[in-house]
Design a protein. Structure first.
Length: 493
């Protein structure tokens, strides 16, 4: 089989090479003849006549011509060599720089499976960040219908990408080719999600410019600033009533919200100054940064308020759940395996002891009751189902709030589990969401704090970067995020 490199060579290339070689050889032969010719004439023994009537010997004649007759042959040989060398060098250079299909450059090596997997992880994180940022930005405008449709389309693509990734992590498909294709599908879905958002970024900006963004951001800022004291009191009250473990997931959230509001204050001031000086880009950058920080402050404060409410609701459900669970277990005595029933009985007894013994975590108690009944194959009664739904919603909300407000440090695994939890039944949703929160917290601990020094903390830049309000980790934090995909989200630089 003929090599593709050989097949692709122009047919006249060989002829040109032969001509050049022939020229070089011909020049060499001519030079050699010139060199040999004087020697051939010097072997005669006859005297050579001279104009003065005398004679000189053959040796004298040979000596007389050597100084001049050798010049031309040497020049010829040198010229021939130079022409031959020039042709060779020119041919090599032409072969190296040829862009025609005749000479093919080596194909770049195919990315390794590890490289493709890293690309898929990074694509998931970036697409999820773009969707979250765009959703926050849309909360500040009215009438951006096309941008809202783009966000829904992007969310659909991202959901599909997370579903493919989740199956990939579970080992489906099993063959190498199928697994690589699955990763390619993840990257493609994420790219399409970003493209949908990028396509509507300019339209969103037009709607945003038409409104009174500064007044909207300032109004929300004042409303949240007024809530911080009440939320802090609610957190303290829940901790006293239900114990420190019950509120551990939101400890520090009020302080983080205040940090975001400090950041928003600085950027709102910059936006006002930019408006006064006619700096449109500075105005947009300042207001958008404040919007992002205020939105995340709202998420943090809302997480505390929601948890306090969920604890109260769970506390009201626990007694009824215990009664309903005992009734279900009684109906299973003749069918379920004794070890499962014994375990369930022990769990319910432990929960009753907590309820009567002092402060306890109602959500955790309700979760234990639900799981104990489900372990026996039950859980169909109304109160057990209601308890399962409550604990699942609580776990989902807690994980989503943490990921959203710490997105710069959270990796693909936690996000994928959170996405899977959103599609699962209550029992699985609770388990997946709690595991997602654990992984997200681990990622944040590993990420650490890129900012050191009181100035960064005092200005709120560190929290804004961790929350993804700013896209950098140096200086002032880098570009401000905005509605859009990978190509447009950092346009406010």
């Amino acid at each position: 089989m003929t090599s593709s490199l050989i097949r692709g060579r122009p047919r006249h290339a060989t002829g040109h090479i032969a001509v050049r070689v022939g020229h070089a050889v011909l020049g060499g032969v001519a030079g050699a003849v010139w060199l040999v010719l004087p020697v051939m004439t010097s072997v005669t023994q006859d005297p050579v006549p001279v104009a003065g009537g005398g004679t000189v010997s053959a040796a004298q004649a040979a000596d007389g011509v050597s100084a001049t007759d050798y010049v031309l042959p040497l020049v010829a040989v040198a010229a021939a060599g130079a022409l031959g060398g020039y042709g060779y060098v020119r041919r090599i250079r032409r072969a190296r720089s040829r862009t025609t299909p005749g000479i093919l450059s080596p194909a770049p090596p195919a990315p390794s499976p590890a490289d493709v997997e890293r690309q898929a992880r990074a694509s998931l994180v970036l697409a999820d960040d773009c969707v979250r940022t765009s959703r926050e930005a849309l909360g500040y405008v009215d009438g951006a219908a096309s941008a809202e449709r783009a966000l829904r389309a992007a969310e659909t693509e991202l959901t599909a990408a997370f579903a493919i990734w989740r199956r990939y992590e579970e080992g489906v498909p099993e063959d190498d080719a199928g697994r690589r294709q699955a990763l390619v599908g993840v990257v493609g879905r994420c790219a399409e999600a970003g493209r949908q958002l990028d396509a509507k970024a300019a339209g969103f900006d037009a709607v945003w410019d038409a409104g009174d963004a500064l007044a909207e951001a300032e109004g929300r800022f004042r409303q949240l600033a007024g809530r911080t004291g009440g939320v802090a009191a609610a957190l303290a009250g829940a901790g006293e009533r239900y114990g420190a473990a019950a509120v551990a997931s939101v400890v520090g959230y009020v302080e983080q919200a205040k940090d975001r509001l400090v950041f928003a204050t600085s950027w709102l001031n910059q936006a006002r100054q930019a408006a006064d000086s006619g700096d449109g880009d500075g105005f947009r950058r300042g207001v958008r940064a404040a919007e992002g920080a205020v939105a995340q402050a709202g998420v943090l404060l809302g997480a505390v308020e929601r948890l306090a409410q969920e604890l109260r609701t769970a506390a009201g459900l626990v007694p009824a759940a215990l009664t309903g669970a005992e009734a279900e277990l009684a109906g299973l005595r003749g069918t379920a395996l004794p070890p499962r029933l014994a375990h369930a009985d022990a769990v319910l007894a432990g929960v009753r002891g907590q309820v009567t013994g002092g402060p306890y975590d109602p959500l955790d108690a309700l979760r234990r009751v639900v799981r104990a009944v489900e372990g026996t194959g039950g859980g169909r009664s109304g109160v057990i189902a209601a308890g399962a739904g409550l604990v699942a919603r609580s776990a989902l909300g807690a994980a989503d709030d943490f990921v959203g407000t710490h997105r710069a440090a959270v990796g693909a695994e936690a996000r994928a589990l959170l996405a899977a939890a959103g599609r699962a039944a209550p029992a699985d949703a609770d388990r997946l969401a709690r595991r997602a929160l654990e992984l997200a917290e681990r990622d944040v601990r590993a990420h650490g704090n890129p900012f050191t020094g009181e100035a960064a903390h005092g200005s709120g830049v560190a929290g804004a970067v961790l929350g993804g309000v700013l896209l950098g980790e140096e200086g002032d934090g880098g570009p401000v995020v905005a509605f859009g995909g990978p190509e447009s989200r950092g346009r406010l630089g």
